[in-house]
Design a binder for this molecule. Structure first.
Ligand SMILES: O=C(O)[C@H](O)COP(=O)(O)O
Length: 217
């Protein structure tokens, strides 16, 4: 995993950009989604275009692109790359980056789940580190597939000086950012990621992280 340094960022640093997909149809309906492969809503497509324009304003050009195998993520990536004029960049789709499996909660409206199981219990399932929803994955389980994939396939790209974009999901990215930012299980409970809001890490040639920024519209 990449380490952090307190050195100042430099223009020559390369970047790792992490983006949660734009609003999906089931985000719009406030339903637990997990591995269900639902598409982007109209608003989600618009958000993805806005994220692409924000990255364009930053002057970013990517050398490598990764997304999950779920269409809300790789469609968001396609829209972003289109805005950047990089629609031909080959992209890697990996199931290891898929959203956390929400098990028996999938397809249930989140408000309805709070009424049925209690708000505190649902919050524990949504945000705790090592407690899984029934039949699903905890954040720890999710990290156990996301982080090894990141180390195996993405870190070498960054260490080779490439600019990398990764489009994935609220919880698969939380598990990765927990590792990158060295968040404790308590800290990660309060950490959530907005849809289509790029998180930019600057990465030095030796692979250390120098700066993290959120690109809010
Ligand atoms: O799978 C889902 O329902 C969402 O993508 C993430 O849900 P959460 O923000 O409730 O964890």
């Amino acid at each position: 995993m990449l380490q952090k340094t307190s050195e100042k960022p430099r223009k020559s640093d390369n970047v790792l950009v992490l983006v949660r997909h734009g609003q999906s149809e089931w985000n719009r309906l406030n339903m637990f989604t997990g591995w269900k492969d639902v598409g982007l809503s109209e608003e989600g497509e618009a958000e993805a275009h806005r994220a692409g324009l924000l990255l364009k304003e930053e002057g970013l050009v990517f050398d490598s692109a990764f997304a999950s195998t779920l269409k809300r993520a790789h469609n968001t990536l396609d829209i972003i790359l289109g805005e950047l004029g990089q629609g031909k960049l080959p992209t890697v789709k990996a199931a290891a980056l898929n959203e956390r499996d929400y098990g028996q909660l999938v397809g249930i409206n989140k408000e309805e789940a709070r009424k049925r199981f209690g708000a505190d219990q649902v919050h524990v399932w949504q945000r705790s580190y090592d407690i899984a929803p029934p039949g699903g994955e905890s954040l720890k389980d999710t990290a156990a597939r996301v982080c090894p994939f990141f180390d195996r396939w993405i870190v070498p790209e960054l260490q080779a000086g490439k600019n990398v974009i990764v489009v994935a999901h609220g919880n698969s990215l939380r598990s990765l950012i927990m590792e990158l930012d060295k968040l404790t299980p308590e800290e990660v409970q309060d950490y959530s990621i907005a849809t289509a809001t790029p998180v930019i890490y600057r990465v030095k040639a030796d692979g250390t992280l120098v700066e993290k920024r959120n690109l809010a519209a």
